[in-house]
Write a protein that binds this ligand. Structure first.
Ligand code: UDP
Ligand code: MG
Length: 294
């Protein structure tokens, strides 16, 4: 198999026929052996029935059905599990991504890149509620992870099979695919892709996801930096705080024994004990982390 197209679908009944037609129009002339894997994410409309009918007509169409709505990340992840094409392309089902941009992504992969991200330079969404927050989020994520990508929200991407098989996605992590890919050593490129307004159905996202993205960013940053050596981060702070507490305690002991001051009512005594306890706890958490990852 040369190419797998992975499409997350949630309540997109009006878009499915046109999506299939447009994908077929772009893919057939490429003369590749391809499959279209649709992950129906517990749609409550007729999406699944339509996909099933397509799959019966065209054996290149494959359908995964979730029992309930698990979110777009789960759709990608399931698609990646079933994909067998050497290149795996993800695309939204709502026709906002233009299948006509797929060949440009494939060309970049052919140049030797492992992941090629689409960049919606003409994004057709509301400015205040979608484009501005997305700009800020991309800037913040790039600063935190060190991976320079403009548009993590763009689902239109091409990946080598090996990369998607190595990625473990859960929660809302599909937004961090470029960062996770870079972290497993993938070579990355970006290509401007066409974007169109949503004509049918509704967007499933609003401003509310910003907080989730920030929490996921903390997770990704931690996994990227320390998941393989937790003692290095917890232990470091444990040692620093513990040492401060110990020095303070030493000083108080000196005051008591050499200078004869009473130290029982000194706030510094409480602070010293607290710092030493925190130190022991942080080192222990680091050690527990080390045990856990083994
Ligand atoms: N989607 C999904 N599960 C969800 C939410 C969305 O599979 O819980 C799909 C949806 O059908 C679409 C794609 O993910 O194909 C992107 O969703 P949407 O167009 O709502 O996002 P936006 O383009 O507004 O960011
Ligand atoms: Mg959309």
């Amino acid at each position: 198999m040369d190419l797998s197209i992975v499409v997350p679908v949630y309540n997109e009944e009006e878009n499915i026929p046109a999506l299939y037609d447009q994908l077929t129009a772009v893919l057939e002339p490429l003369h590749l052996d391809y499959e279209i894997i649709c992950a129906d994410d517990g749609s409550k409309d007729r999406s699944f029935e339509l996909l099933k009918a397509l799959a019966e007509r065209d054996p290149r169409v494959k359908v995964i059905r979730f029992r309930r709505n698990f979110g777009q990340t789960a759709g990608f992840s399931a698609g990646f599990d079933y994909a067998s094409g050497e290149v795996v392309v993800t695309i939204d089902a709502d026709l906002q991504n233009d299948p006509a941009s797929i060949p440009a992504l494939l060309d970049k992969i052919a140049e030797g890149y492992d992941v090629v991200s689409g960049w919606r330079t003409n994004r057709q969404d509301a400015y205040l509620s979608r484009k501005l927050p997305s700009r800020i989020a991309n800037w913040l994520i790039s600063r935190t992870t060190g991976v320079q990508v403009h548009d993590r929200g763009c689902s239109l991407r091409a990946h080598r099979l090996q990369v998607v098989k190595e990625m473990r996605l859960y929660g809302e992590l599909h937004r961090f695919i470029p960062d996770i890919a870079a972290w497993i050593g993938a070579r990355m490129a970006e290509v401007p892709v066409n974007h169109r307004p949503r004509r049918f159905g509704k967007s499933k996202y609003g401003l509310g996801r910003t907080l989730r993205v920030i929490l996921d960013l903390i997770t990704v940053r931690f996994l990227q930096g320390y998941s393989t050596r937790p003692i290095q981060i917890f232990g470091k702070w444990g040692l620093i705080l513990g040492a401060l507490g110990f020095l303070l305690g030493l000083w108080l002991t000196f005051e008591k024994l050499a200078l004869g001051h009473s130290i029982g009512n000194r706030p510094a005594l409480v602070l010293s004990l607290l710092l030493m306890l925190m130190g022991v706890q942080l080192v222990s958490i680091g050690l527990l982390g080390e045990i856990t990852i083994r």
